[in-house]
Design a protein around this ligand. Structure first.
Ligand code: 13P
Length: 252
């Protein structure tokens, strides 16, 4: 799975140009979905262009909102609305949402549950900050973020296969400094083992894919994607250029 996360970038024109270029430049393999996450205001437009182009690109949403007790929420977007637009994937727990929008673990759990109820696939983002890394506390930090998945109601057990984990060390996001291969391998191994042993998903025969994100570019993508336990990429800045993104996809 290779994901283009455009964050707060783009225009109608750049969305259209990108979809046309990527559609003709990439060889989509079924085992490796190509997912485009444009800004929310362009989701419908992107969906329509993808349909018209007969493109195999899938659409994902960068955000979803949740309001406790059915309180009204001006500006909110629900999983049901996203499903209605034909969206298949949702990013939940991105560090920028956790930090800038104070997204709590409780809210993240609810967002995942609602997404699963609406049959959307969830990309659950986790990752440590630089202080945590320097204190050698990455595994403890990630295990606490992964414990959110243990909070999901048992009624969601049969839908856990729709969850993918994306490991994005915060210090690597947008910094131009991707994590070293060894560090990525060790961390992905830890994440998979924790999900298998502590969350006991192995008992259910569920082994979620784990993606890497954080300063992925054309120069480092091959080394990262070929690393043990790396099952895909979540790409920010380098995904904005259709040529670069297509090359990364084709190399993956
Ligand atoms: P960059 O690829 O720009 O570092 O962004 C990573 C990211 O946050 C994708 O979700």
């Amino acid at each position: 799975m290779i994901i283009a996360n455009w964050k707060m970038n783009g225009t109608r024109r750049s969305v259209a140009t990108w979809i046309e270029a990527v559609t003709s430049n990439i060889n989509v393999k079924n085992i490796n979905p190509c997912i485009f996450c444009p800004p929310t205001c362009y989701l419908e437009y992107a969906r329509r262009l993808i349909d018209e182009n007969g493109s195999s690109i899938e659409i994902g949403s960068q955000i979803v909102n949740y309001s406790f007790e059915d309180e009204s929420l001006t500006g909110g977007i629900s999983t049901t609305m996203l499903k209605d637009l034909g969206i298949k994937y949702i990013l939940v727990g991105h560090s920028e949402q956790r930090n800038f929008l104070n997204e709590s673990k409780n809210v993240i759990t609810k967002k995942i549950e609602e997404a699963l109820d609406d049959e959307l696939s969830v990309i659950y983002c986790i990752g440590e900050d630089i202080d945590t890394k320097n204190k050698n506390e990455t595994h403890l930090f990630l295990s606490e973020q992964l414990d959110v998945l243990a909070q999901l109601q048992p009624t969601h057990e049969d839908k856990l296969r729709s969850i993918t984990v994306a490991y994005e060390p915060i210090w690597a996001i947008g910094s131009g400094l991707n994590a070293e291969k060894d560090y990525i391998v060790k961390t992905h191994e830890f994440i998979k083992k924790y999900i298998n042993d502590h969350l006991e998903w192995g008992r259910l025969d569920i082994y979620p894919a784990v993606l890497y994100g954080g300063s992925v570019n054309l120069g480092n993508c091959e080394e990262i994607i070929s690393s043990t336990d790396v099952d895909g990429l979540l790409i920010g800045g380098a995904s904005l250029n259709s040529e670069t993104f297509s090359k990364i996809y084709n190399l993956s």
